[in-house]
Design a protein around this ligand. Structure first.
Ligand code: XIL
Length: 399
């Protein structure tokens, strides 16, 4: 897989930063000078306010995988082995719509590591075999994260052995699938400004036990274990125009910049895009600026976990679906307008299987099942599906 590189743009951006021009200078003239077009569509974006007048008509009913492929993009979704194995109807829809599969849980530590000296690859091997049989690519999620650690972790992993444990984990897991995965989320969710670390790093067992260099070490180990996979830093809370998310975007950019400058083998930013807001404070030009800043570092971008929580939207499902679709389309119009964005993955394909149904933090007060994904619980295409198809249809073709 060709690795992105853009040294001249990177130097331009760094020069701007060193001149103290901050976030504005880091894109503005530098990326525009590098030949990128002016903001696309951002002024004319329809808003939730004129939702009733919005058309979600599509020109093509080809599966999303084909529509995306025609633009040089990948569309895919996260999935549990159980859904594919036990639900042939769902499996058929999944293989029809998706070009890339990401295991929703099977590659997390608590799934792979029943005991400190044991690995259990049953589910991830099954998912890879499924993907290959259906002609789908596969991506890995995730090698280093503070969640989904096994129960034995706290009592076993110490400052004395943490580095060895992390490195051996990455060598074993990324090594097993070397040459077979499109990409890996190497480090997931490392930024949490509220934790007070000078670099904005989240207080995680990995930071506590190894120190800030754990991130670079994880990427170098992954690159050695699987030289072909696109190596991704993945995080959430990068989407909206709020002080909290603006600060997170800056912290992520600074992290990416430190890594790129240090020669860390990182190739892409994964933007989770769990879209949550009741009144989405989505600022197209601000989000576009962020994407350009990431691209100016020579990195690709993947939208890795897209879904739209409808917990605060009205009860009527037709109305809810319009609101959800509007959020999808407004977001993806901007995201796909940036040529560095190479893939869109939703966190699930059908409302039949969504983590939001079991997430205790985000239930609907009326108890109705959530409708956050492109297909409904009967596997019918919803307006969210149309919204994805429409933003793909309107985006520039990748080379
Ligand atoms: C979620 C899964 O969807 C759930 O099934 C599981 O119980 C918890 O994790 N960000 C991530 C994903 O990076 O790994 C999370 O997945 C959702 C939030």
């Amino acid at each position: 897989m060709p690795k992105p590189s853009s040294r001249s743009k990177l130097i331009n951006r760094r020069q701007a930063l060193f001149l103290g021009m901050g976030a504005v200078a880091s894109v503005g003239t530098t990326t525009l000078a590098a030949g990128l077009k002016a903001p696309r569509n951002s002024a004319s974006l329809p808003t939730v306010a004129n939702l009733q007048q919005r058309s979600f008509a599509v020109a093509s009913d080809l599966p999303l995988r084909q529509q995306a492929a025609a633009k040089g993009l990948l569309y895919g979704a996260a999935v549990l082995k159980s859904s594919l194995m036990n639900d042939p109807e769902f499996s058929q829809a999944f293989a029809r719509e998706c070009a890339i599969l990401v295991p929703e849980g099977a590659l997390k530590w608590d799934s792979l590591r029943p005991a400190p000296d044991k690995f259990n690859f049953t589910d991830s091997d099954w998912l890879l075999a499924y993907a290959r049989q259906k002609g789908l690519q596969m991506r890995g999620h995730t090698l280093v994260w503070h969640h989904a650690l096994p129960k034995w972790f706290a009592g076993t992993v110490t400052p004395g052995n943490a580095e060895k444990m992390m490195v051996e984990h990455i060598q074993t897991v990324a090594g097993r699938y070397a040459g077979k995965f499109h990409s890996w989320d190497v480090v997931n969710e490392a930024i949490a400004l509220q934790h007070g670390h000078p670099q904005g790093l989240r207080q995680t067992p990995w930071l506590d036990l190894i120190g800030p260099r754990y991130i670079d070490l994880a990427f170098r180990t992954a690159a050695a274990a699987d030289p072909n996979a696109l190596l991704v830093y993945n995080d959430f809370g990068l989407d909206y125009d709020t002080p909290w998310e603006s600060a997170r975007r800056q912290a992520v950019l600074q992290l990416l910049e430190r890594l790129v400058t240090a020669g860390t083998p990182i190739h892409a930013l994964g933007i989770q895009a769990h879209l949550l807001r009741e009144d989405p404070k989505f600022n197209p030009s601000q989000f576009q600026t962020f994407l350009r800043e990431v691209a100016s570092l020579g990195l690709k971008i993947m939208i890795t976990e897209l879904d739209v929580t409808d917990a605060r939207f009205g009860a009527h499902s037709t109305e809810r679906d319009r609101q959800v679709a509007a959020v999808y389309e407004d977001y993806l119009t901007v995201a796909l307008g940036e040529p560095a964005v190479i893939a869109v993955l939703t966190w699930g394909l059908s409302d039949r299987y969504t983590w939001l149904a079991k997430d205790k933090d985000r239930p609907r007060r009326d108890g109705l099942p959530p409708r956050p994904l492109p297909l409904d619980a009967q596997l019918n295409r919803k307006l969210a599906w149309n919204a994805i198809a429409r933003s793909v249809a309107h985006c520039p073709k990748r080379n």
